[in-house]
Design a protein around this ligand. Structure first.
Ligand SMILES: [Fe+2]
Length: 218
């Protein structure tokens, strides 16, 4: 193999405390360009994302090294396009060993990608379509009146969600979000400082907070 190209300079983590937030400068990314994962079967992946998920093959790249890092991983890169132009992408690398297993099933449950559909009726159409194609799925699941979703896996084992927001303001609950973030971090840190189990303290806090959703606490 040829020598790796020069590795681009990495950004440093040092920063002045006065810089403030990118939000204040209106530096917010415009959209999802792509999210990317490794595949060991790009043919099955292409079939699934085009034929089953209705995403057009958008673009492909061959390279014998990774431009961003200089790593000599020869690969095929492929992108699939959604209705808004955002894409899901994959890399297939020759002779890549399988990944190590997750240390806890929560990783496989929580790591996922959610794709938004047109409306609740279309979500049901998607469920019928997945069923007709023998794709196992869970749902539709209603998440506290905020969104409704179905869940399944792609041929690589990546968890996918098809979702429709029921609350048009679902991604605008910012004040509540900052309050919840503080509550979670404070609960954890307070338990640690008092020598208590942070996990237990968090469960107690969650059970108290769940009352706001009006669901029974089990
Ligand atoms: Fe989700």
């Amino acid at each position: 193999m040829s020598t790796a190209t020069a590795t681009p300079a990495k950004s440093t983590t040092k920063r002045p405390a006065t810089l403030g937030s990118a939000l204040e400068r209106h530096l917010t990314p415009r959209m999802l360009n792509h999210a990317a994962w490794v595949t060991h079967d790009v043919a099955a992946t292409a079939d699934f994302y085009t034929r089953i998920l209705g995403m057009e093959l958008a673009s492909t790249i061959f390279d014998d090294h990774v431009p961003s890092t200089g790593d000599e991983f020869p690969y095929f890169h492929i992108f699939f396009r959604m209705a808004d132009g955002s894409t899901i992408a994959f890399f297939e690398v020759a002779d890549l060993p399988p990944p190590s297993q997750a240390s806890h099933p929560a990783y496989d449950v929580f790591n996922h990608t959610a794709l938004q559909v047109r409306d609740p009726a279309e979500l049901r159409e998607w469920a019928e379509w997945l069923r007709a194609n023998d794709v196992e799925f869970i749902g539709p699941v209603n998440h506290k009146g905020m969104i409704e979703s179905i869940y399944f896996h792609d041929p690589n084992g990546y968890r996918l969600e098809l979702t429709i927001p029921l609350d048009p303001e679902w991604n605008r609950h910012t004040d509540q979000g900052y309050a919840d973030l503080k509550k979670w971090v404070d609960t954890k840190e307070k338990a640690k400082s008092e020598g208590r189990d942070p996990g237990r303290a968090l469960v107690e806090m969650i059970r108290e907070e769940r009352k706001r959703y009006g669901t029974p606490v089990s």
